[in-house]
Each structure stands twice: as C-alpha cells, then as structure tokens.
Design a protein. Structure first.
Ligand code: FAD
Ligand code: PYC
Length: 416
C-alpha cells in the first residue's frame, strides 16, 4: 500500500463514510466510440481494460443495462481452476489462472484470490478413472493436478463423510492446489476502476436495444440512452447472448438455463478448500464471512428468470448433508440464480461473426468466472487485431459447422 492509499484510508475511516472519491466516473454517453463493449460484467470490463492497456485503444465504452456486476459476475460461487481435459481449454483456462495469480497487484485492487485448492470427489470406479484421465491430461499440459486417496481426502477435509458405508463413498479425488476462490465483486470493481483510469467510459443503466449494420458491417447500437456509433462492437452479455445475436440476425447454438446457488448462516472455519462432486451435483466452499457457499447443477428447462426451482436445491442439499453430516443442523440464509448460456460442447464462443466489426464472447455456461481475466485478455486481442488470439482460435463459431467441438462436459464441474 503506498502513502497516498494509507492517507486515503485514514481519511475515509474518519469521514463517517461520506465524500468518498468515486472509484469510476459516471459519464454521459458520447455519440461515437472506436469500440463499444456490450455488457458490464467481469468479462466485458476486463475486455475494455486490456483493449486500453495492451492495444492502446483510446475511445472505448462499456454499456451495461443495469449496474455493473449484477449479472452472473455477482451471482457466481467464485471457483477458479484450470483442470480442463482438452488442450485447447486447458491452455485457455491456465492462461487465465496465471493472470489471476498477479491480478491484485496488476489492478492495485485486492480481488482476494485464495489458492485454497479444488477437490473433485470420486464416488465409484468410473469417477476415479475419469478423474485419473483428466489429471494425466492436465499434467501433460504442465497444469498442477493430483489424485488423492480416500485417507488423504479425509485428512484434508475432516468434516467429509469418508466411511465405507456412506451413501456416497469417497474412493478418492482429484486436487488442483493452485485452484481456489476469489471475491467476485472485487474482480468487477477492480477491472472497472482500472479501465476507467485508462479513459474507458462505463455507462450504466444503458440497455442495447438494437444493433445497427450496413452491408453486413456493424455501424453502432441503439440504446435506452440514444444511438451510439461504433467501428467495432464486442458483445459479452452471458445469459442474453442469443437475444443480442438475434438483433444482428445471427443464430447462436446456445441454450439459456437458470443456475442456482445458496449460502448457509455463517459458522466458524470448517472447510478450507473447495469440494465438488459432479456425480451428486453439489459443491461447497466456505466464504471469508463464514457462510457455506453451496451450488447445484443447472435447472433443466430454458428460462430467462433468475430464480430456479425448489427440487434442484432440495436434491443438492440432500446430497450435501450425506457428504457432510454435521452440516445437517445449519440454516440456509439465502438462495439466488443466474442465467447461464450453454453451448452443445460446454465450451465458450470467443469469435468474429459474419457481420464485420461484430464479435461475440459467450457460452461460458456454468464456468466463466474463472476465465474472467483470460477471456478479457484474448477477446481484446481478437477485437483489436480483427483476428483470434492463438488461445481462442479453437473457440470460434466455425466449430459448429466443421464439427471440431471441444467437449468439456466432464470437466465443466456442474451438470448440464
Ligand atoms: P455477466 O456478469 O452476466 O455480465 C453480462 C452483463 O451483460 C450483465 O451485467 C447484463 O446486465 C448485461 N446485459 C445483458 N443484456 C444487455 C443489453 N441488452 N444491453 C446492455 N447490457 C446487457 N463460473 C466459475 O468459473 N466458477 C463458479 O464457481 C461459478 N459459479 C456459478 C454459480 C452460479 C449460480 C452462476 C449463475 C454462474 C456461475 N459461474 C461460475 C459462471 C459465471 O458466473 C459466468 O460464466 C461469468 O460470470 C460470466 O461473466 P460475464 O461477464 O460474461 O457475464
Ligand atoms: O466451473 O468450477 C466451475 C464451477 C463450479 C461451480 C460452478 N462452476
């Protein structure tokens, strides 16, 4: 912390929380920008930051229909890891994990990245074989990944029921020690502040209602705050990607589903790692506040409502208390959902489109938080150079016509 930050902190501590300097400006939209990013989640803000920082683009706006970070970026369970099966995904997510490792320093904002490790449990021989296969693939990509025995898992997570007669016996687990969690709001705020400092206009309460194009070249957008012209348009709207694509007469191979999470009342430290079970569709970690952060698989139906249905939560909590019998007595504090956009191969789309100057970044489904810095980094490259970064070339729209899918259903961690 530098001298300026110490004095600022002391002044704010004594100020009764009044007259704080805004972390980012609230400018009126200009009539024209070189690049407009639609969507003020972590991915959109990271894209704008890297466009300004690494590609020298000086005229950028991020348009957000509500307040930044209130989409999936502020609704997720914050798990970060890079242990994906296929080389293409492993390289992309590992690029992101490396950026996470220096992010607080780079943004001068504590994103509370905590490398507490991520465990994936095996409950039968097939699970174990599948995890071994992934661990071996990870190691070939120089990604840290281990298989733990039942005893090692029990030592690491004493509260987990590893008894041989458990409803879901634990035959072992994979562990990525460099994986963990980060504070989701801080990631959004950190990128917003850093992008703003580089001159990016972050415009909230500004919904894009139409995409303008001439001769299949983008010319700008219509918004609830007027028309804005742009040479290039990057769309990063998570659960609403299909809606924006339709505005440009493009059809994406995406389905939108609710994905739910919930937290318990806060308790003393009981779990210092992340535990996931793909087979029983539940995962859990403990936040710094002491709440257990619990998640489920997607709700199977398509919807744009950020709610989700009770049976999904009920099934996940039933599985959780089988795995952690002592959690039975906890009260749940709150539940919520986000809308996730899922591709047929459970991999993202980071791509140019048939409309020149129009780029889409979407389809992260249940797993895009971990990709926030990496996604922004390669998407900025794609937009600035009008060609994919080497790390996102495999994630172009063309794969749905060539058939070169990157099937990550096994590593996606949450059932869909
Ligand atoms: P968002 O944060 O949703 O941002 C998109 C923004 O676009 C929104 O703010 C929205 O308001 C805006 N927008 C939409 N339409 C318009 C429009 N017409 N005009 C202007 N703005 C518009 N991933 C992990 O890696 N680990 C996890 O543990 C994890 N857990 C999850 C748990 C839950 C319950 C959910 C819902 C998701 C989880 N995810 C997880 C997935 C992750 O949250 C997302 O992949 C990621 O946050 C997407 O970020 P984003 O910036 O693309 O989207
Ligand atoms: O992608 O690791 C993940 C994840 C965990 C919970 C939701 N997504």
């Amino acid at each position: 912390m530098n001298r300026y930050s110490i004095f600022t902190l002391a002044r704010n501590a004594l100020s009764h929380h009044e007259h704080w300097q805004r972390a980012w400006r609230s400018p009126e939209p200009q009539r024209r920008y070189d690049v407009v990013i639609v969507g003020g989640g972590g991915h959109g803000l990271a894209t704008a930051y890297y466009l300004a920082k690494e590609h020298g683009v000086r005229s950028i706006a991020v348009l957000e229909r509500g307040l930044i970070g209130l989409g999936n970026s502020g609704r997720n369970t914050t798990i970060v890891r890079s242990n994906y099966l296929w080389d293409e995904s492993a390289h992309l997510y590992e690029h992101s994990l490396k950026l996470w490792e220096g992010l607080s320093r780079r943004l001068n904002f504590n994103v509370m990245f905590s490398q507490r490790g991520v465990l994936n449990l095996a409950h039968n021989l097939h699970d174990l074989r599948e995890l071994r296969r992934r661990v071996n693939a990870n190691r070939l990509n120089a990604i840290d990944s281990d298989i733990l025995t039942t005893q090692e898992v029990q030592r690491m997570v004493p509260a987990l029921n590893c008894a041989a007669d458990a409803r879901y016996p634990v035959l072992g687990a994979s562990l990525q020690r460099r994986g963990g969690t980060a504070r989701h709001d801080a990631v959004v705020w950190g990128f917003a502040r850093a992008a703003d400092a580089l001159g990016v206009d972050i415009i909230q309460n500004c919904e894009v209602t139409a995409i303008r194009q001439r001769d299949r070249r983008v010319t700008g957008v219509e918004t609830t705050r007027g028309s804005i012209a742009a040479d290039k348009l990057g769309v990063v709207v998570a659960g609403h990607a299909s809606v924006l694509a339709q505005m440009a007469e493009i059809r994406l191979p995406i389905e939108s589903h609710p994905l739910q999470a919930l937290v318990s009342e806060p308790i003393k430290p009981v779990l210092d790692t992340v535990v996931m079970s793909n087979a029983v569709h539940v995962y859990v970690s403990q936040s710094d506040k002491g709440e257990l952060v619990i998640g489920a698989g997607i709700d199977a139906y398509n919807s744009y409502s950020q709610r989700g249905s009770f049976p999904v939560v009920e099934a996940s909590v039933s599985a959780l208390v089988e795995l952690f019998p002592s959690f039975r007595r906890l009260k749940m504090l709150r539940q919520w959902a986000g809308i996730v956009d899922v591709c047929p191969d459970a991999s993202p789309i980071i791509s140019k489109t048939p409309v020149r100057g129009l780029y889409f970044n979407c389809g992260w489904g249940t797993g895009g938080f971990k990709a926030t810095p990496g996604s922004g980094h390669v998407f900025a490259h794609t937009i600035a150079r009008d060609e994919p970064h080497a790390l996102n070339a495999a994630f172009a729209l063309e794969r749905f016509t060539t058939g070169a899918l990157v099937d990550e259903h096994g590593a996606a961690a949450v059932a869909h």
